[in-house]
Design a protein around this ligand. Structure first.
Ligand code: DAH
Length: 345
């Protein structure tokens, strides 16, 4: 009886050692048979009661040998099968397949418009001056000859920083004029592109944040005629050689005399009709001769120097350039909208 069980065990050990599970299903059957909760070694271990005392130790060792053999086989086959799987996966990898496309961004229509304007002025010797968006009262208003009681200072128009009566989000790019004139000597010939903020109701035509390009030219004998010629040159470069301009008398605290400039786009296309409200004329900028008080505020001798300045809105020009209907779409960052303007200028 005892030798029979020993023989049985030895047969099982041989089986285990010669077993060659070829895939994961075979391996699982192997595991269930020799290592599972109802494995075939279990009932055999129970037979120990029928083994004479002097043989029990050998019997125990043999049972352990069988268990270890099963565990070792299971582990080694598992490793072999999983590396074979890896190899199979690797052999299926097609190195010539095209890769995942990397999404390319595109320039924002506002940036495209601004860059175009910058290039036009750079060609005639203007240099870009960029400044802070958080300004103080002095540069934004006082230096620019905007009196204390001017409506532009009203809390309704200006975003002041929390708990501050002097720090604000610039309401125009004109404070860059003051920043430049207090730190450089004439001749000065700069353009200042950037973002500005006003507490205005957001609609299809106006927004609480928008962009301007400021221009400033200060030197000896700068005249109104110089300004007109410069702006005509700009309009032709921007809107085409046949464009007409007109200057209408206006008022700005920082210029005297002051004017607003319109360009004639006509009403031939529907978008121009819409944009010019049926008049054909589009107002694009304010301008004028720098008020002597502004020069003096910034430490420039107004007997020796004169200058002209202008400030233009970007959004309206971008609306026309890219045929966009609603100013709000510039700030919504809808990728489907932005993707349309991939031409790099
Ligand atoms: N800063 C003015 C505005 O935001 C625009 C402006 C008008 C700028 C006349 C100028 C200028 O430099 O000379 O409405």
């Amino acid at each position: 009886m005892a030798t029979e069980i020993f023989d049985k065990l030895n047969v099982i050990i041989d089986e285990i050692e010669s077993a060659q599970p070829a895939n994961s299903q075979d391996l699982e059957s192997f595991r269930i048979k020799y290592l599972g909760t109802k494995n075939i070694l279990k009932p055999l271990s129970g037979e120990i009661r029928n083994i004479p005392n002097e043989k029990r130790r050998d019997f125990g060792l043999l049972i352990n040998k069988a268990k270890q053999a099963a565990e070792q086989k299971f582990e080694s086959i598992k490793v072999a099968l999983s590396s074979a799987q890896d190899e199979e996966a690797a052999s299926k990898l097609d190195l010539t397949a095209p890769g995942e496309p990397v999404e390319l961004g595109s320039r924002h229509p506002i940036a495209l418009t601004m860059n175009r304007i910058i290039k036009i002025f750079e060609r005639i010797g203007f240099v870009v001056a960029e400044e802070r968006e958080i300004e103080d009262d002095w540069h934004n208003f006082t230096a620019m000859n905007t009196p204390e009681d001017h409506p532009a200072r009203d809390m309704q128009d200006t975003f002041y920083l929390k708990d501050s009566t002097t720090m604000l989000l610039r309401t125009h790019t004109s404070p860059v004029q003051a920043r430049v004139m207090t730190s450089q000597k004439p001749p000065i010939r700069i353009i200042a592109p950037g973002r500005v903020y006003r507490n205005e109701t957001v609609s299809a035509r106006s927004h609480c944040q928008f962009h301007q390009v400021e221009g400033l030219y200060v030197d000896k004998n700068v005249s109104f005629a110089d300004m007109k010629q410069t702006l005509l040159y700009f309009a032709r470069e921007m809107f085409g050689p046949d464009v007409k301009i007109r200057l209408r008398p206006s008022f700005f605290p920082f210029t005297e005399p002051s004017a607003e400039m319109d360009v004639y786009l006509g009403t031939a296309t529907e978008k121009d009709y819409r944009l010019t409200k049926g008049t054909g004329w589009l107002e694009i900028l304010g301008c004028g001769m720098v008020d002597p008080k502004v020069l003096e505020n910034c430490g420039i001798d107004s007997d020796e120097y004169t200058g002209f300045a202008f400030g233009m809105g970007i959004e309206r020009q971008a609306l026309r350039l890219y045929d966009i209907a609603d100013i709000r779409s510039f700030f919504e960052n809808d990728i489907r909208f932005l993707k349309q303007f991939s031409s790099v200028m």
